[in-house]
Design a protein around this ligand. Structure first.
Ligand SMILES: CCCCCCCCCCC/C=C/C(=O)SCCNC(=O)CCNC(=O)[C@H](O)C(C)(C)COP(=O)(O)OP(=O)(O)OC[C@H]1O[C@@H](n2cnc3c(N)ncnc32)[C@H](O)[C@@H]1OP(=O)(O)O
Length: 390
């Protein structure tokens, strides 16, 4: 319901500190002898800062008190029977009868003060307060029975460094034991992730390439292994484009929600590499042989809607409402009976576990060789010399 006057500038989302300060000053004015014009103006500003919509009944009350304070008793003709909103507003104002302007002003200030107090006590704590310590490349938070693991290198499009692979494994390990029901992986900034950080190939001392490739294959095996074995529902919230390994492991998630801005790209051949993340097994199963080949062999980039049509993505949301819609959905899911949810996941996954580990091992041994190839080295050099971009 659109209400003029007192609530016409309704704007949820202002910061808690100014809100709390104004609530306090309103509370102080409430205890004084009578509300002044300044208190009234401050209360009008305060209304705009409320985060929680107080509902139509309260908004009508605010409207009526505002009109009574500024214009006195209702003095306009009653709107027609079909003009429902204006009629409700008129009725609320008219119901105040001959209430003196000063009393209406005081009541308005008192009502806003009460609303502000309950609004600030119900506010969500800032994310920094809930952040789990110990991660440099991630932000890990837990709330509403959901643990959120957010990749946090937005300036590098959340490219995965060696440290980041390790931190994701640690965060998953911790989340498997915490009291959360659902675990989410997402990205900070405009990308979900641009996949493996190609700098991982550049830090190798001369003569140590084979050893590093072997270590890389072990790291990758363990990383993908964590997703295969993860015991709780795992949800990918794909906030933007996804590349390489950040796409392939999606076949191991339980739900994949994507913004319509997201794209899905696995350019392994262009990089002289080969599929990982169990995608050589999961993708043909999910989307059929022909579509999987187009992605994994020929590097076809899919839009979010195409990825959804092919079964890789569960649902696509408009970018403008993505976060709101997805988190509302996930909060509802997180209230489902926890043990039943976890047991269902395990019965689905247990049928495939052995096969997935075998596929993971095979993919990694092929990749270990690929990383030593000229094709792979040339592709990496060419990215850093800016000759090539995806
Ligand atoms: C010896 C063996 C050791 C092996 C250890 C391996 C461990 C496991 C390996 C698992 C196998 C995984 C495979 C994959 O994931 S393959 C996919 C790899 N990803 C890419 O090839 C993407 C490369 N990036 C791009 O093409 C573009 O950056 C992109 C299209 C993603 C975005 O382009 P845009 O123009 O919008 O932005 P910029 O290029 O300017 O990017 C901003 C800065 O971020 C840097 N960046 C982005 N992505 C990567 C990346 N994947 N690796 C390294 N750096 C990346 C980019 O260079 C910019 O940096 P600067 O601001 O410093 O220039």
């Amino acid at each position: 319901m659109a209400l003029a006057g007192a609530v016409r500038c309704w704007r949820p989302g202002a910061g808690p500190s100014s809100l709390q300060m104004q609530a306090l000053s309103l509370h102080m004015s409430k205890t004084a002898m009578g509300a002044s014009q300044k208190d009234f103006e401050s209360a009008m500003n305060q209304v705009k800062l409320l985060k929680k919509d107080p509902g139509n009944e309260v908004k009508l009350k605010l409207y009526a008190l505002y009109k009574q304070t500024t214009e006195g008793p209702c003095n306009t003709p009653r709107p027609g029977v079909f003009d429902l909103i204006n009629k409700a507003k008129w009725d609320a104002w008219n119901a105040l009868g001959n209430l003196p302007k000063e009393t209406a002003r005081q009541n308005y200030v008192d009502l806003v003060s009460d609303l502000s107090s309950s609004d600030s006590s119900s506010q969500v704590k800032p994310e920094t307060d809930r952040k789990q310590p110990g991660y440099e490349t991630l932000v890990v938070t837990s709330e509403d029975s959901i643990t959120k693991i957010m990749m946090n290198r937005p300036a590098k499009k959340n490219a995965l460094t060696i440290q980041m692979y390790r931190e994701i494994m640690l965060a998953l390990e911790a989340a498997s034991k915490d009291d959360s029901t659902i675990i989410v992986l997402t990205g900070n900034g405009d990308y979900y992730s641009s996949g493996n950080d190609l700098m991982n190939f550049m830090n190798t001392p001369p003569g140590e390439m084979e050893k590093e490739a072997k270590n890389g294959a072990i790291l990758l095996r363990d990383f993908v292994g964590c997703f295969i074995d993860f015991p709780k529902p795992l949800v990918a919230v794909i906030n933007g484009p996804a590349v390489g390994i950040s796409v392939t492991i999606l076949g191991l998630f339980d739900l994949v929600y994507a913004s319509d801005r997201a794209t899905f790209h696995t350019p392994f051949t262009h990089l002289g590499q080969s599929p990982e993340g169990c995608s050589s097994y999961t993708f043909p199963k999910i989307m059929g042989q022909a579509k999987a080949a187009e992605m994994l062999m020929f590097g076809k980039k899919l839009t979010a809607r195409e990825a959804c049509a092919q079964g890789l993505v569960t649902e696509v949301f408009p970018d403008s409402t993505f976060q709101k819609e997805v988190w509302t959905r996930l909060k509802a899911y997180s209230k489902l009976p926890r043990n039943a949810l976890h047991i269902s996941k395990q019965s689905i996954r247990n049928l495939e576990k052995e096969k997935l580990h075998a596929v993971n091992a095979e993919e990694n041994s092929v990749l270990q060789e690929r990383w030593l190839s000229d094709e792979c080295m040339n592709a990496v050099m060419s990215f850093f010399s800016r000759k090539a971009k995806l």
